[in-house]
Write a protein of this length. Structure first.
Length: 210
């Protein structure tokens, strides 16, 4: 075996596509979702396949829920997450995401979209959830199991997506928000793939016209 090698770098050989998408953490790692709602063994296949086929980079955003409550957390509603300490946790993550986006844009890259999860109390884009009736919380008793708390999926943004949108606005950035549907009632992944393709095609037309 040689003691050393001289590697030649040719800048013209660099093949990066200079387009990226930012995804909610669980879209690339379903193992971080609340138990019972993971729809894939690992990643959302359609999104990964699209990015690979189109040559887009994928930036995985941190999961605010898992990084705050861990993997053994119970399902919660938006009003449970919408507390000052968790909002501050989301703000720290959002700022880090914004800093990455700024760096990409200032370095000549295109950020095609940010993809959240509709139906999520934290990462919902068009749909989030709320409790119905009495506040959630307390011990899980036999009485509670006989009459479990209810939740509804309602129009609105999750806590993290709301904060991320405000931080982007504060920096004067306009990045499209799209959503993967956590429940079939709020959409389908085919529509998401179609919208991502349309954004990329629109960018292509704008580049050709410039």
């Amino acid at each position: 075996m040689a003691e050393s090698l001289e590697c030649v770098v040719r800048l013209r050989d660099d093949r990066r596509g200079r387009r990226v998408i930012f995804l909610s953490h669980c879209l690339l790692n379903q193992n971080t979702k609340v138990y019972g709602i993971a729809m894939y063994p690992g990643a959302v296949v359609e999104l990964v396949r699209l990015a690979l086929d189109e040559g887009w980079g994928i930036v995985q955003m941190p999961c605010p829920e898992a990084s705050y409550w861990g993997l053994k957390r119970w399902a919660m509603t938006r009003d449970q997450y919408n507390i000052p300490r968790f909002r501050e946790h989301c703000r720290r993550i959002a700022l880090d995401v914004v800093y990455q986006i700024v760096d990409y844009l200032e370095s000549g890259y295109e950020v095609l979209a940010i993809v959240g999860c509709d139906g999520s109390p934290v990462c919902g884009v068009n749909w989030t959830n709320k409790r119905v009736g009495e506040p959630w919380g307390g011990f899980i008793t036999e009485e509670r199991l006989r009459s479990p708390p209810r939740q509804l999926v309602v129009p609105g943004k999750g806590v993290f997506i709301e904060i991320l949108g405000k931080e982007l606005e504060r920096y004067g950035l306009k990045i499209p928000f799209l959503a993967y549907p956590e429940f079939k009632e709020v959409g389908n992944v085919g529509t998401l793939v179609k919208k991502l393709r349309e954004i990329a095609e629109q960018r292509d037309r704008q580049s050709n016209e410039a």
